[in-house]
Design a protein around this ligand. Structure first.
Ligand SMILES: Nc1ncnc2c1ncn2[C@@H]1O[C@H](COP(=O)(O)OP(=O)(O)O)[C@@H](O)[C@H]1O
Ligand SMILES: [Mg+2]
Length: 301
């Protein structure tokens, strides 16, 4: 079934369109013939183990690295043709913050505001708003190097937002965060998406992306293994999932289904045919985790 929202997304220029995108480092093929379409308005997760080629792909999207071959369009622009105009609309969060000696949190954000040519009179308000958004207001005068890992990640996210970009490319933003900080990050990403920003996010931890992403792509050793809405991929690959039904009498049962259609049919059977009073019908977590284990070969690096 096609939803109205899907039609609206499908009609817009894709946020990213890669055709045969390839990046070689000597004989090593870091990104290998990648075909990818990131719908505008989506929260798109790029998932893969270490060395899969996620950071290399992101650096090409952000115009920081040129492809060896293939074509790439980011919001309709070829990053190699017009990096300046692209960077005005794209916020990139690298996988590491880098070292900033003797720089305070406020100065750090002002530095990036200046780099993106935000008029100086707008800085105070911009910095206040960003610090509030990532909940670092109390740390505004702290030294960047003294922040905890989670705070540095949040500061880095704030930095990627200084020029109010339409597209965010976030390289493993949740790495090193504790569970609470991860939940907060997810909420923040949802909020930014609701403001109209397309978000591309990478992770080697699936549980991080399962809930928040409308689309995912799974990569391993430079190659794309699967992409699409998580549910659709799960169906295509015939991955089974476990569903738990709880009934009004307090009992519960689990069922294994092979597709979304089967899951719908199961619910109908329970409620309509068998007239059972279902009070809860939930998929046990781990659907995407299971999918990942199914499609990747488990190259450990
Ligand atoms: N500058 C580089 N020179 C040589 N090899 C690189 C370079 N950057 C990345 N690689 C290699 O490319 C592959 C993909 O790396 P990367 O994109 O960082 O993967 P991921 O972000 O998924 O962990 C790895 O094998 C990595 O060692
Ligand atoms: Mg990486």
């Amino acid at each position: 079934m096609i939803e109205i929202d899907d039609l609206a997304v499908a009609s817009a220029t894709p946020a990213v369109h890669a055709v045969g995108l390839t990046k070689r480092y000597g004989s090593l093929v870091a990104v290998d013939d990648l075909h990818l379409e990131v719908p505008s308005g989506s929260i798109f997760g790029l998932i893969g183990p270490n060395g899969a080629g996620k950071s290399t792909t992101f650096a090409m999207m952000a115009s920081l690295l040129s492809p060896t071959s293939g074509s790439l369009r980011v919001m309709g622009v070829d990053p190699a043709d017009d990096p300046a105009s692209l960077r005005r609309r794209l916020g990139y969060m690298p996988d590491a913050l880098g070292v900033y000696d003797n720089l305070r949190v406020v100065e750090y954000l002002e530095f990036f505001a200046a780099s993106y040519r935000v008029p100086r009179r707008q800085w105070p308000r911009l910095v206040d708003e960003l610090l509030e958004l990532v909940e670092l207001t109390v740390k505004r005068n702290s030294m960047v190097n003294d922040l905890s890992r989670g705070m540095k990640q949040r500061l880095s996210l704030a930095r990627s937002l200084v020029h109010d970009p339409d597209l965010l490319v976030l390289d493993e933003p949740a790495s090193g965060l504790d569970p609470r900080a991860r939940v907060e990050l997810r909420d923040l990403l949802r909020g930014l998406n609701a403001m109209g920003k397309t978000i591309i996010i990478s992770s080697h931890i699936l549980a991080e992306l399962e809930e928040v992403c409308s689309h995912v792509a799974i990569m391993e050793a430079g190659r794309l293994l699967a992409s699409g809405p998580p549910r659709q991929i799960l169906d295509q690959l015939g991955g089974s999932r476990t569903v738990r039904a709880r009934f009004a009498d307090g009992t519960s049962e689990t069922f294994v289904v092979a597709s979304s259609d089967e899951q719908t049919a199961l619910l109908r059977r329970l409620v309509v045919d068998e007239e059972r009073r279902v009070v809860e019908f939930v998929e046990e977590s781990g659907g995407l985790e299971q999918l990942f284990l199914t499609v990747t070969q488990g190259v450990v690096q």
